[in-house]
Ligand binder design. Structure first.
Ligand SMILES: [Zn+2]
Length: 196
């Protein structure tokens, strides 16, 4: 089974008249592999949080990007040994592109398509002892700083995404995740439990 650790809690806020955003960054350890979901775009926070875990960039085997928005994906290139996964493919440093078939190689971690917030978007399903089934949802669910995080199912379905690309697909993705998850890690905001 996998272990997960939130390295960075994603934020989205206005400060001194400027917009600041970086995604939640999650570390998954399974079968001796270190996997990062959404490295974000805050270089200082990323390097500090890795150090706290006793890791440095060459220790990461896979980086999964939920989508290509730069607040989630900008730092993917700093992991010199990692292969990069998106919703369908695995990318290697020699330019090789191959299908992952919905699984992270060598693990039971699943990559599920969850369109709507962006043209290409996936979520990551991890089985853990501590939290049960955790879905790392990228921006299928996200909040701005200071916004109340209402996590009953109705509020989660209704929650506005000002950047949505396709609302119907987003609703479908939310429904799909709510059916599976015991816990959800949002793209920006705090990890939360789903009441069954
Ligand atoms: Zn985001």
């Amino acid at each position: 089974m996998a272990e997960i650790k939130i390295l960075i809690e994603g934020y989205a806020k206005e400060e001194d008249g400027s917009e600041f955003a970086s995604s939640t960054t999650t570390l998954i350890r399974e079968n001796g592999l270190n996997i990062i979901v959404d490295p974000g775009m805050n270089r200082k926070l990323l390097f500090e949080s890795l150090k706290k875990e006793g890791l440095s960039t060459p220790d990461i085997n896979y980086v999964i990007l939920t989508h290509y928005h730069l607040d989630h994906s900008l730092l993917a290139g700093v992991f010199e040994n990692a292969k990069i996964l998106d919703d369908g493919e695995i990318y290697s440093w020699d330019g090789k592109i191959e299908s992952h078939g919905g699984k992270v190689p060598g693990t039971a971690i699943e990559i599920i398509k969850t369109l709507g917030h962006a043209m290409f978007h996936c979520s990551v399903l991890v089985e853990t002892e501590k939290f049960g089934k955790v879905v790392i949802s990228g921006d299928v669910f996200w909040w701005r700083n200071g916004e109340e995080q209402k996590t009953d199912k109705e509020s989660l379905m209704k929650h506005e995404d000002p950047y949505v690309k396709n609302k119907e697909q987003l609703m479908e993705s939310r429904r799909k995740i709510l059916e599976i998850a015991d816990y959800i890690v949002p793209g920006h905001g705090k990890m939360f439990k789903i009441e069954k």
